[in-house]
Design a binder for this molecule. Sequence first.
Ligand code: MSP
Length: 507
Amino acid sequence: MTTRYITTPIYYLNGEPHLGHIYTTIAGDVLARYWRLAGARVKFLTGTDEHGQKVAQAADAAGETPKAYADRMAKLFLDVSQKINASYDVFLRTTEKRHHEAAQALWSKLEAAGQIYKSTYSGWYAVRDEAYYEESEIFEGKAPTGAPVEWVEEPSYFFRLSAWEKPLLEYYEANPQAILPIGRRNEVLSFIKGGLRDLSISRTKFSWGVAVPQDPQHVMYVWIDALTNYITALGYPNVEGEELQTFWPESLHLIGKDIIRFHAVYWPAFLLAAGLPPPKRIFAHGWWTHDGEKMSKSLGNVIDPFKLIDVYGLDPVRYFLVREIPFGQDGDYSEAAMLSRVNSDLANDLGNLVQRVLSFIYKNAEAQIPQPDELLGVDRDLLAKAGHLHDLLRDDMQAQALQAYCQHIWEVIGEANRYIDGQKPWSLKKSESPQDHLRMKTVLYVLAEVIRHVAIYTQPLMPDSASKILDQLGQTERTFVALTTPLKSGIPLTEPTPLFPRIERES
Ligand code: MSP
């Protein structure tokens, strides 16, 4: 049986959820839903990254204990995951006991393998990025990301990252698809080739974290703790357990491009050092801007997902984020772009197709899936295009080409709309000839069959809307297997209602 393990980053709790956060979770959800419909056994993981200096400082600023603050903020991330209809199997919080145990077990394993030593760290640290920086990377007192840095000098445990330079390069050489897109892979390879220094993996200046085993003066560096979440959720340290054995070899980490180094250098090195294989694939997506500007609290242009969904509806937001930019590239959110997708792709293309065809059948063909007569070349062509979706879409999903997934479906929607205009079922209806009436039924059958394909494949993108279309079509079988048998005639339709009303600009 095919298995898939799909993960999002776990989100820091120092601020409220925004568009960038829901983007990764929606992308993961589309993939998870697709693979379930394809018959795979799927585990989809998301959650919150609750420790570290950044969260501790945010709690302090809010006048709360880190734990009380984390509980309050984690609830917002849980709420937003539900608001976007994310079908996660596990929502993991790093403050959970099982996660502390897993992180400590990984640490002990690394220590036993001679991968950890104690020394002193003196160097730059950026709390905003929760990252260490080299002297050579600091410019005008800032990290390359623009984050302010502070000088840190403290006793620290180190991980022998330098020892993993060669094994990592060999691993990526042998697994050219392990980091996507390819530009990100090149970036990682040149970083590794530039030389890896041992990594400080504990802090002593604050205590909000997972205690280092046998030395509780130290808390683990938040990234070693955070990255472990991906195996905590599979029952680590039980490496022989069914979950780890089944899902880890099929792991796909979806992340933003800003956190590639942690995922593609540190994490695989920790895993190799602990005797576990690296993740199968790391896919780094791009960065969203708002009207061309970086979203930031100080600019006040951060997009609140709750408000966005209240204005446009959940499914249009999900569709927009996946369709608007190729997965892996940067993109821009603007109200104009959003409105254009809603009105053109959803209201005009998909909405009209479904509404025109289903209400026509409802009114003029006894409100049931018609019986087709002999199929003509045009009919077969259109049905073949819908049939080809199966392989095209599978390839798209194997490659995390989410935008292409939408485009392929919408090409068929476009063909179906042209087919209606060409076949003119309304003229056939008006004709006196019984032959024309039979032809009308054939045309409507072909269209209903194409709509069934479109709706079934649209479920991962817009679960609620696709489900309404399938309800209206009277379809109960909704996995991809259902498409291996032709649409049955005679199934009663329910009265269609418009799915995607056009939205006019407010101002
Ligand atoms: N806690 C770490 C991840 C640990 S994973 C073991 C973290 N958290 S984060 O909350 O700061 O960011 C989470 C994700 O949101 C990252 O993948 C980041 O790239 C993404 N985004 C944050 N802002 C974004 C945009 N404006 N656009 C797209 N994604 C962005 O990093």
